[in-house]
Design a protein around this ligand. Structure first.
Ligand code: SF4
Ligand code: SF4
Length: 279
């Protein structure tokens, strides 16, 4: 019959309209208290009706995999050996894979020898051209470029403010671990360390060099003081899986441990299946 679709649509709109007020009453107008919990409920799947997010006072939390413009990871200020150091090695892969070609990198040179060094002297991204595809972050072999959650980038001057330089792009590693703890954890598992690949390699090399150059202890001393020997030559960074880090140093939690346990079991199952197939 003509007009039934229209009537159904209007009824649906009316229902949403009424639901908005019913929902307000059900929550006792708690939405006006700017509590994160109440807001999360209002923004969740159980809420009904039409609601308005009072932006900028209220902001809908973005999911972990949300991506806006890229940023570069630098080492935390309190890092014992690499404070403030770039994770980027200026290999140029991100600039090559970027579809609209909006990344420019200038490789650094050693001032004494003039030879190139693995860190960028300058790094620019034109965020007006960037289409937030995330390819740069996917392809970076050093986990040095990541997609940010900060979408409030409007400015009055688009000619200069929208070309982000290295200073603007650089954010500490702890920021990345804060906005994307699961991704950071998965990357750590793949790398086998919370540290930068090169730093971990250097640490391993240093540790093995120290072990090689250390005087060989007498056999009786080895037996007498095994703890002292292990103190003198600390083991290199574990490859995989890594041990949980000290509290505060990494976002390691009980969930991380469970996830690691699940991963280990899945790998065991995979190995068993492969062995069966091989029989
Ligand atoms: S791919 Fe990664 S390491 Fe290479 S230049 Fe880009 S950000 Fe730097
Ligand atoms: S997100 Fe995509 S478009 Fe933007 S800089 Fe990275 S590769 Fe280029």
């Amino acid at each position: 019959m003509y007009g039934t679709g229209l009537a159904k649509g209007l009824l649906l709109t009316l229902r949403h309209f009424v639901d908005s007020y019913v929902d307000d009453i059900r929550y006792g107008f708690r939405k006006y208290h700017h509590s994160t919990d109440n807001f999360a409920v209002r923004q969740g799947t159980k809420t009904k009706g039409v609601i308005t997010v009072q932006y900028p006072d209220e902001k809908v939390a973005v999911p972990e995999r949300f991506r806006f413009v890229p940023f570069l990871i630098v080492e935390d200020e309190d890092h014992p050996t690499r404070s403030g150091k770039d994770w980027c090695t200026s290999c140029g892969i991100c600039a090559k894979v970027c579809p609209p070609q909006c990344i420019w990198i200038v490789r650094g040179n050693d001032p004494n020898t003039g030879r190139p060094v693995p860190e960028p002297e300058a790094f620019f991204i034109d965020i007006d051209i960037c289409m937030n595809c995330g390819f740069c972050a996917e392809y970076c072999p050093f986990d040095a470029i990541k997609m940010d959650h900060d979408y409030e980038l409007a400015s009055y001057d688009r000619t200069t403010h929208h070309i982000h330089d290295k200073e603007r792009l650089s954010k500490p590693n702890s920021y990345w671990r804060g906005i994307a703890p699961t991704r950071a954890y998965e990357e750590m598992l793949a790398r086998g360390t919370w540290e930068h690949k090169d730093a971990a390699k250097e640490a391993r090399r240093g540790a093995s060099g120290a072990r090689a150059s250390a005087p060989q202890p007498a056999p009786q001393a080895e037996v007498a003081a095994p703890a002292a020997a292990s103190e003198a030559a600390p083991p290199a960074e574990a490859s995989a899986p890594p041990a949980p880090a000290a509290e505060g140093a990494t976002p390691w939690s009980e969930d991380d441990a469970k996830r690691e346990e699940r991963r280990r079991k899945a790998l065991e199952r995979k190995a068993r299946r492969a062995a069966k197939r091989g029989q």
